[in-house]
Write a protein that binds this ligand. Structure first.
Ligand code: ZN
Ligand code: CU1
Length: 165
């Protein structure tokens, strides 16, 4: 590759990175929305409100509407695919400290990136084992004391973990 081409590629990349940076800093913050009775999971198609356990929703820079998920498990299975991670600008999960496990309360969504999660516990979500989500670490700890499992944060969740819940 000639050095001129190399230099122009580097310049292009710099422009691209700058554009991305601007894009995210000016992005409008989307608020979590209620899950309606007929809403289907964006990943598996199940009717979300018919099942227990915390749900998730994501917002994409390509769409006005939220993508809603039957479970935190399906939300992460979707989000962690590289092609979805790139266009997802926001993620929300139910704060289960403020919800009954069987009927998560849509007035208590919390930012998925700062939430705490309990895995390997005894409670079942829509798709079986799932991540119990909490805005507060202390609440995650008490849930783990009651139902077993361990507490992790957003950065510890990857595809392998989700597939092996
Ligand atoms: Zn689903
Ligand atoms: Cu499902």
């Amino acid at each position: 590759m000639s050095s001129i081409i190399k230099i122009s590629l580097v310049a292009l990349l710099a422009v691209f990175l700058t554009a991305c940076g601007n894009d995210s800093s000016t992005a409008i913050v989307k608020q979590a929305v209620a899950i309606e009775s007929g809403d289907e999971c964006h990943l598996c198609g199940m009717i979300i409100t018919q099942f227990p356990g915390p749900k998730g929703e994501t917002f994409s820079k390509h769409a006005e509407q939220a993508q809603k998920f039957c479970s935190t498990r399906d939300m992460f299975a979707y989000y962690l695919q590289p092609e979805n991670k790139g266009h997802t600008i926001q993620l929300y999960v139910h704060d289960m400290a403020k919800s009954h496990w069987d009927r998560p309360d849509d007035t208590h969504f919390t930012d998925a990136k700062t939430a705490w999660y309990v895995i390997e516990h005894s409670q079942q979500g829509s798709m079986g084992a799932t991540l119990a989500s909490f805005s507060d670490k202390e609440h995650a700890n008490s849930f783990a004391k009651e139902f077993g499992g361990r507490v992790i944060d957003f950065t510890q969740i990857d595809t392998e973990l989700v597939l092996n819940l």
